[in-house]
Design a protein around this ligand. Sequence first.
Ligand SMILES: [Zn+2]
Length: 305
Amino acid sequence: MYDYDELTGSAAAASQASAREVVVMKDQPGQPHKGKVFAAVHAHADDIPYYASGLCAKLMREGYTGYIVRTTNDERSGGHTNAQNIYSNEQDHGRMAAALGFQDVFDFYYLNHDMDGISCIDLRGRLILIFRMLKVDTTISFNPSREDEENPDHWVTGRAVEEACWMAGMPNDFHEHMLAGIQPHAVTERYCFYARPSQPFNRVVDISSQIDKKIDAIAACKSQGDGNRGSLLRAELARQGKRLPLFGSDDRTADRAYVRQFLLDNDREYGRPHNLQYAERFYYIDRRPTKSKAEEYIEKNAVRS
Ligand SMILES: [Zn+2]
């Protein structure tokens, strides 16, 4: 295991560790990522809040500009009619993105639960346009593997992100973008969620300093994701003539307290082996260009003719 800041502190040094070795990423001082852009791509309004809101908040604190893309319309989650669910999830998504500090929000509105029936080229093309337009350096999304992933929206989204990252750098893919003045731009760093127990991880991200932002993000998920569970429970207890001191005297306090008390067990468990209060896990892939063997050879051995 490597400690991120015990190396040189640079991402390049961290990436030298084998892909299988676990690197702990702690807070970095200042804004080492200033000028870099990441896109967080999820399927449902509560995916990023649970799997990666700590990492998103950390990277933006350290200088990244963040954008968020939601691929589905979330019509099947929310407890109301599909139309009402679409609207309430859209509202939640905007509030969650604002709480975390995202620069902008993209909603693709593919049918919820049915993404394995859509055109993967359509989805890929839309992502490629966004990655090129925003000059995205880094993505945060699902592991593309289908193994153990019950929700097709998750792996379809993860696969499209994986494919779009390298194709965005190829001028012959969607070449009409260039005619519109949008240049090829490959995405070179990827963080994949640790969403299922069999999925791999090689980064443990210390999110202890960002935990209040993560709580805000989860609490914004009221249509799905239990963000309003605390206030609902507080009202239910009041009807029974009871109260929990934990829930305070207003809905916001109750919602946040519920999240902190009952919904962060994974984050505590992932941090425990590394003496961190809260952590998230990811599989990190580094595709930043390095010198080829031929380039290194030329640098050492070329002579004037
Ligand atoms: Zn989901």
